[in-house]
Design a protein. Sequence first.
Length: 90
Amino acid sequence: MSLWAIAIYAVVLALALFLLVHFKAQAWYWHVLSALLALGVGLVPPPAGWQGPLYDVLFGCTFLFLFVWGLGGILMYRTHEAHHTRHRHA
């Protein structure tokens, strides 16, 4: 199961990074909300009866995707003004 979990986490990480590169950073508040939701998912204990490897992987994938997409978007975010003030040289 551990090799499957690593492979699944790698796919989720790649998906989050692909979405960041392909669609660029969205509005900053979406990324902040995503990072906060990830922390909420990571800190809240799972409901009763939701223990086991399958649920660990599901919650882990949710946390990983939300956190990477949220933090990556915050780090990539540039204001609208910054896009227009870059100097372009011939």
